[in-house]
Design a protein around this ligand. Structure first.
Ligand code: GDP
Length: 467
């Protein structure tokens, strides 16, 4: 049987469905030879003569050897290709039948169907990408917000890889001194040597900690944070929800109790991704359907990572408003009060305003109907401040976002903390050496230099076929 990495693989790399163009990608040692069996070019009758990175026009043959389309073929010869292997890209018309026919034709000529993420996995195995860079490719494909794209761009540029290499480099530099101390115990490392080892370990710990601290913002960008809009009926929750999401999905009326179910949208605001929820107005009701909505709203509040409580500027705080404030405070999560309907005469007393001010991290006073842009801008800056989004430059800083990246960095941090303690306690050098080696091997895993095959397969299984 052919070893899986020496097999030539093929898949459609563009999304399924009708489109202007489709791209079929072939990668592996027989890529050019297989492509030559499904493609006829007048200019290059022997396809192997075609230069690399040059679009050749020609006809595609279907499984029955009959021409089924015309289009372009580009050869990327090893190692200058995405996978590092010989690659061929076939661009045909984007009909589902024709795309499928050309793929089947390629497969019937000796290519194997590519598994999920197999092209990127090969790029990783062939040293074209580190594991974090491969994860960045996955994030870029999934990116539906500009922030996710910027986070991926930063990691693809090697921001994480370079930072890890920098930390590993300084730790490796003290390993020589540690090994020498083990091999020649009679030659003391000396006070200076010990100081230097201690200082490299401490500064590496700080750098790992700084990287770990970026996880909350990285995750808030890549996965999003659960943000619930809630308040009593008719204060303008659905209007705010529609304004933030830019859609008219929530029903807005002056009849209380119209939102009975929980509505969700994923939006980009405040430099992060919000999984935004609109909820039924919280109040006491005998209506069974509405009371289910209120219960769901209360559950959404409990599961939230950020709350936006909406109040009506044109009426004094009610008992329900006060219960809503108490609930917000009791969750302990970051919270914003949005005093809506500021276009109407204000009926909130100074005491009401103080109660709101002292219970929320930020207060935004605006009007959904009269100054929607200002309202969005104020919400955006409040969220930026709460999340610390402006303190991080997604494109230029090393920012982690994945649980795997965090887990290995935590391992490196724990080993290095133990090494620091061992230095402070004057423990034997081999103990310091082993702990530093553990930290180094965890750092290597972050980028996949010494990672387990199972973990590599797990990372790439999240990709789609064709990538
Ligand atoms: P919800 O029940 O809290 O979801 O409130 P809605 O979004 O359905 O709004 C209730 C009513 O208040 C509707 O008639 C809206 O048009 C109106 N409304 C919402 N925001 C504002 C605002 O900023 N100013 C004024 N004057 N009316 C608003």
């Amino acid at each position: 049987m052919t070893n899986s990495i020496s097999r030539t693989i093929a898949a459609v790399s563009t999304p399924r469905g009708k489109g202007g163009l489709s791209v079929i990608r072939i990668s592996g040692p027989d890529a050019v030879q297989i492509a030559s069996k499904v493609f006829i070019s007048k200019k290059y009758p022997v396809l192997a003569d075609a230069p690399s990175r040059y679009a050749v026009f020609g006809s595609f043959l279907g499984t029955d050897d009959v021409v089924c389309d015309t289009g372009l073929l580009t050869i990327f010869r090893s190692p200058a290709s995405f996978t590092g292997e010989d690659c061929v890209e076939l661009s045909c018309h984007g009909g589902t039948a024709v795309t499928n026919e050309i793929l089947l034709s390629v497969l019937s000529r000796g290519a194997y169907p590519a598994g999920p993420g197999e092209f990127t996995k090969r790029a990783f195995i062939n040293g074209k990408l580190s594991l974090t860079e491969a994860e960045a490719v996955g994030l870029l494909i999934d990116a539906d917000t500009k922030e996710k794209m910027m986070l991926s761009n930063g990691a693809s540029k090697g921001n994480i890889t370079n930072r890890i290499a920098e930390i590993s480099g300084s730790l490796t530099s003290i390993m020589a001194a540690l090994y020498a101390a083990i091999d020649y115990p009679e030659e003391d490392v000396g006070d200076e040597g010990e100081k230097q080892i201690g200082s490299v370990i401490s500064s590496s710990l700080n750098k790992i900690k700084a990287l770990l601290d970026t996880y909350s913002i990285g995750k808030a960008v890549s996965d999003g944070i659960k943000c619930t809009i809630y308040g009593r009926p008719n204060v303008g929750k659905s209007s705010v929800f529609n304004l933030i999401s830019g859609e008219n999905n929530a029903i807005v009326t002056d009849i209380p109790g119209t939102t009975r179910d929980v509505l969700r949208e994923t939006v980009s605001l405040g430099g992060v991704t919000l999984i935004l929820t609109d909820t039924a107005g919280i109040h006491k009701t005998d209506d069974i359907v509405e009371s289910i909505g209120v219960e769901k709203a209360e559950n959404a509040v409990l599961a939230s990572e950020l709350l936006i409580a909406v109040f009506d500027c044109s009426s004094p705080l009610t008992t329900e408003d006060r219960e809503i404030i108490e609930k917000a405070v009791s969750t302990g999560v970051p919270r914003i009060a949005l005093i809506n309907k500021a276009d109407l005469p204000c009926a909130l007393s100074d005491i009401d305003v103080n109660t709101i001010d002292s219970s929320f991290d930020h207060v935004v006073k605006s009007s959904c109907t009269n100054s929607p842009e200002e309202l969005l801008k104020d919400l955006d800056s409040s969220i930026r401040e709460i999340m610390g989004s402006d303190l991080i430059d997604l494109r230029n800083d090393a920012v982690i976002w994945d649980a795997r990246q965090r887990a290995v960095l935590l391992r490196a941090y724990d080993s290095l903390s133990a090494a620091k303690e061992a230095v402070a306690n004057g423990d034997p050098v081999d103990c310091i050496c082993t702990l530093t080696e553990d930290a180094l091997s965890a750092l290597d895993e972050t980028d996949g230099r010494t990672v387990d095959d199972k973990i590599v397969s797990e990372v790439f299984s999240k990709f789609c076929v064709g990538k």
